[in-house]
Design a protein around this ligand. Structure first.
Ligand code: CP
Length: 327
């Protein structure tokens, strides 16, 4: 078991070795047990983390803010539009100064072609651990909570069939960071992964290649299909979620012709019937209800979305404790 994480950044789970992720999952479970029993977890007494948000959030912001408070520290929420970043302050200056004021920096910046570079620039200049709260490429806080949830529900994940399925949505042009993180991470735990999407919603070639390499190293599988029914058939976990066509079209436009031509990619009860009889429905949330998924599915007996969202708290506390605490 790895035990020295102090100062480690959390930008992509790809930067964390498998045994480090194993420890992260164990600590997350310990956080959850202690939370259930009302056992105090003062691992980060008087420590401060700055929470920079370029975009909106419900789960990420609140799991981090509640989490740092439950660890005995303080989280400072920074809507970046109200900081000097809005007047052009560069990432270097922000990173150096926030490092001097506290013990961790966390950031959400999902701008396509911008977000990951910004967080990497913060990482370059920060003297405290930097956590990615979602960028254009990765959402490691979501990925680790998803993995924890699947493991809680099934035990050993090896050979478990999970389908990451594109779904129609009109709310906004969503980042690719959730499916990209999942397709990289799940094969490292031996899962049999199907990635399904209509033509035009590809993930980057390097990510698909890396996912295949991860599968080769750890005994998982990765398959791509453009057939929605095939992805649902016999799946034990389904994760139908929208993502934008960023790789082929960098426009912010949401309701384009490509999107409208794929309105049929929706998680319905008929699709759920194709899956394993014990299939579990997951979604990072927020879901675009009745576009991505029927209410009867997300509110139905196969849905584990609230357990998945709850685990964002326990995993966030584990990430902060390991990287900001320790010896
Ligand atoms: N899943 C997730 O990251 O939710 P928020 O956008 O509400 O933080």
């Amino acid at each position: 078991m790895q035990s020295n994480f102090k100062g480690k950044h959390f930008i992509s789970l790809q930067d964390w070795a498998k045994d480090e992720i194993d420890t992260l999952l164990e600590v997350s479970m310990e956080m959850k047990r202690n939370f259930a029993m009302g056992v105090p977890t003062p691992h980060l007494l008087y420590k401060t983390i700055f929470l920079m948000f370029f975009e909106q959030s419900t789960r990420t912001r609140n799991s981090m803010e509640a989490g740092i408070a439950q660890l005995g520290g303080h989280g400072t929420f920074l809507d970046t539009s109200t900081t000097q970043i809005a007047h052009g302050e560069v990432a270097k200056d922000t990173a150096v100064i926030l490092s001097r004021y506290g013990h961790g920096i966390a950031c959400r910046n999902c701008g396509w072609g911008v977000g990951n570079s910004y967080i990497r620039e913060i990482e370059k200049w920060s003297t405290v651990p930097v956590m990615n709260l979602q960028c254009d490429l990765y959402h490691p806080m979501q990925g680790i909570a998803d993995l924890m949830t699947m493991r809680e529900k099934t035990g050993d994940l090896r050979g478990t069939r999970v389908s990451i399925i594109w779904a129609y949505a009109t709310s906004h042009k969503k980042p690719i960071s959730v499916p990209l993180t999942q397709v990289l991470l799940f094969p490292r735990y031996g899962l049999d992964v199907t990635l399904a999407y209509p033509e035009g919603y590809d993930l980057p070639v390097w990510a698909v290649e890396q996912a295949g390499a991860n599968a080769g190293l750890h005994g998982g599988k990765v398959k791509i299909t453009h057939n929605m029914e095939e992805a649902y058939r016999d799946a034990q976990f389904v994760i139908p979620k929208n993502w934008g066509s960023w790789v082929t079209d960098q426009s912010d436009e949401v309701n384009d012709e490509l999107l409208e031509s794929n309105k049929g990619w929706k998680c319905t009860e008929e699709m759920i019937k194709l899956a394993d009889k014990d299939v579990m429905y997951m979604h990072a949330l927020p879901a675009d209800r009745n576009n991505e998924v029927d209410d009867s599915v997300i509110d139905g007996p196969r849905s584990i979305v609230y357990d998945e969202a709850e685990n964002r708290l326990h995993t966030a506390k584990a990430v902060m404790t390991l990287t900001m605490g320790g010896k």
